[in-house]
Write a protein that binds this ligand. Structure first.
Ligand SMILES: Nc1ncnc2c1ncn2[C@@H]1O[C@H](COP(=O)(O)OP(=O)(O)OP(=O)(O)O)[C@@H](O)[C@H]1O
Ligand SMILES: [Mg+2]
Length: 197
């Protein structure tokens, strides 16, 4: 199966674009959704996180305190590495498991940190969703309860725009309205169907 890796910085529009591909009944494997599911109460990954980060990173109801976790990995690169060592192998194993269950001409695999985790070999084609940094900040500000400083810190922790574009086989420019986005997805859908043959 032809594997398209969809990536891009925070708030560039990966989830929005994934939804547009779903309209064509193309399956989307979403690394973010997988990572969320891996840390619900009762999951082994949550236990491991608690061991490394302490009981404070677990809320009273047993769920993960994501805000606290985000804060502690920003201040501590060793902790960040430890979290990645717990999560990344599990995320990629689950991506693989889902891939083995699919039958489709092509599949979209949405991996925000595809380049950061050096997992380019996982896919046949890298599709980058791109927009200027000011747009990322504005979109995330409207969506999440994060300050401009927090959003900028996340952007700065990710691969830079120029470097991401160097790795792109295709680019979706998410700089205008939804119809501009749909047009680009429509063109790429036709292209991927041909490339999948
Ligand atoms: N073309 C657009 N016009 C207006 N709003 C948009 C557009 N594209 C995305 N958005 C909005 O911007 C926000 C970020 O988009 P989205 O959630 O798709 O980004 P993302 O890349 O998946 O982000 P994350 O990295 O946090 O998962 C969302 O609230 C979305 O509805
Ligand atoms: Mg998203």
């Amino acid at each position: 199966m032809y594997k398209v890796g969809l990536t891009g910085g925070i708030g560039c529009g990966k989830s929005t674009v994934s939804d547009l591909f779903k309209h064509y009944t193309i399956p989307v494997i979403d690394a973010d959704e997988i990572a969320y599911a891996l840390v619900v109460p009762g999951q082994p990954a949550l236990k491991k996180i608690q061991t490394v980060f302490g009981a404070a990173c677990i809320n009273a109801n047993g769920s993960l305190n994501r805000g606290l976790l985000r804060e502690s990995i920003f201040q501590d690169t060793e902790k960040k590495q430890q979290l990645e060592n717990i999560m990344h192998p599990l995320v990629y194993a689950e991506i693989d498991r889902q891939l083995n269950q699919l039958t489709s001409a092509y599949v979209i695999i949405s991996v925000p940190l595809l380049l950061e985790t050096r997992m380019q070999p996982l896919v046949d084609h890298i599709l980058v969703i791109d927009c200027p940094m000011e747009m990322q900040v504005n979109r995330v500000k409207l969506r999440d309860n994060l300050s401009e400083e927090q959003i900028t810190a996340i952007i700065n922790s990710q691969v830079g725009r120029t470097e991401r574009l160097i790795h792109a086989d295709s680019v979706i420019h998410n700089t205008l309205d939804m119809s501009y986005l749909s047009e680009q997805v429509n063109t790429l859908h036709d292209q991927f169907l041909k490339q999948a043959q």
